[in-house]
Design a protein around this ligand. Structure first.
Ligand code: ATP
Length: 255
C-alpha cells in the first residue's frame, strides 16, 4: 500500500478541527486507509478535545526535555537519540482505529537546529510505519513545513462560505505555488457550513485554481456535540456533515 499524507489547513474558526475529527472517524473505519496516524500540528491543540483524547506529552515537551538534558551536560549523541525515540513513542496515543500525536508548541527560543533535525528524522521514521497520515495544521502550515513532513499528497484547505475565507484559500494557494510550504500533489478546498447557494464561491475557487472537494452543510448535531463537549468521533451516521465528509474522503481516495 502506498503511503498517503493528507494535510488540513485553513483560517481559524472555519471548522478545520471539526473537519479533521470527522475525517479521522471516516478514515479509521475505512479498510483502505490501513494504519492511520493523526497529527495535530496546530499549537492551539483543539483536536485532542474534539477526538475525546487527553495528551500530556506533546512533541514540543519532548523537545524541551531533550534541551534540558543537553543543558544539564548530556552530550552522548546515542543517549540523546535513544531518549528522543523513547519519548516520542510515549507521546504516541493509541486509539481504536488510529494513533495520535500532538506537536504542541515548538517555539522555545535559541538555536536548536541539530535537535530539530533529530526530531524531524524521528518523526519521519515513525510516520513511515503508517499507511495514512492525517495532519491538522495551521493556516500558514509553518509547523508542518518545519517539523513534520516535506511532502504532502493532498492538501485540503477548509473554509467557511465567506469572501474572507476564500481570500485565505487564495493566500495558501500562493504559498504552495511559491514553494513556501511542502510540495503537494493535489490541493483542494472544502466549503464548511455551506449555505444553499455557493455558486459565487465556486467561481472564485475556479479563478484561484483550486477544485472544490466537497461542501459540508451546517449540522446542528456537530454544534450540539461540541457544545456538550462530546467527541465528534461519536457523531451518529445520520449526521449530514459526517455524510458529506465520507463523500469527500471517497473523492480523495479516487484522486
Ligand atoms: N458543519 C458544521 N455545522 C455546524 N457547526 C459547525 C460545523 N463545523 C464547525 N462547526 C462549529 O463551528 C465552531 C468552530 O469549529 P472548529 O473549532 O472546528 O473551527 P477551527 O477552524 O478548528 O477553529 P480554531 O482554528 O479556532 O481551532 C465549533 O463550535 C463547531 O462546533
Amino acid at each position: 500500500m502506498e503511503r498517503k499524507i493528507i494535510a488540513v489547513c485553513g483560517k481559524g474558526g472555519v471548522g478545520k478541527t471539526a473537519f479533521t475529527s470527522m475525517m479521522t472517524k471516516v478514515l479509521s473505519q475505512q479498510q483502505s486507509s490501513g494504519k492511520l496516524l493523526v497529527i495535530d500540528a496546530d499549537p492551539a491543540l483543539g483536536l485532542p478535545f474534539s477526538l475525546g483524547l487527553t495528551t500530556d506529552l506533546t512533541i514540543g515537551k519532548v523537545r524541551e526535555e531533550i534541551i534540558k538534558a543537553a543543558q544539564a551536560g548530556e552530550t552522548d549523541q546515542t543517549a540523546i537519540v535513544e531518549k528522543l525515540d523513547y519519548m516520542i513513542f510515549k507521546a504516541l496515543v493509541e486509539e481504536k482505529g488510529f494513533s495520535f500525536l500532538a506537536m504542541g508548541c515548538m517555539d522555545k527560543k535559541g538555536c536548536f537546529c541539530a535537535l530539530n533535525d533529530l526530531l524531524r528524522d524521528a518523526i519521519a521514521q515513525l510516520s513511515n510505519t503508517f499507511d495514512t497520515i492525517l495532519i491538522d495544521g495551521e493556516a500558514g502550515l509553518e509547523q508542518i513545513n518545519r517539523q513534520v513532513v516535506d511532502k504532502v499528497n493532498t492538501l485540503i484547505i477548509v473554509t467557511d462560505t465567506s469572501y474572507r475565507g476564500m481570500q485565505t484559500v487564495k493566500h495558501i494557494k500562493q504559498l504552495v505555488d511559491n514553494g513556501c510550504v511542502p510540495a503537494c500533489d493535489q490541493i483542494g478546498v472544502v466549503l464548511n457550513r455551506g449555505k444553499d447557494s455557493v455558486t459565487p464561491l465556486e467561481t472564485m475557487a475556479q479563478e484561484i485554481g483550486v477544485p472544490i472537494l466537497g461542501i459540508i452543510p451546517y449540522d446542528r448535531l456537530v454544534e450540539k456535540h461540541d457544545f456538550a463537549g462530546k467527541p465528534l468521533l461519536k457523531l451518529p451516521e445520520e449526521s449530514l456533515a459526517l455524510q458529506a465528509v465520507t463523500r469527500i474522503a471517497k473523492h480523495i481516495n479516487q484522486l
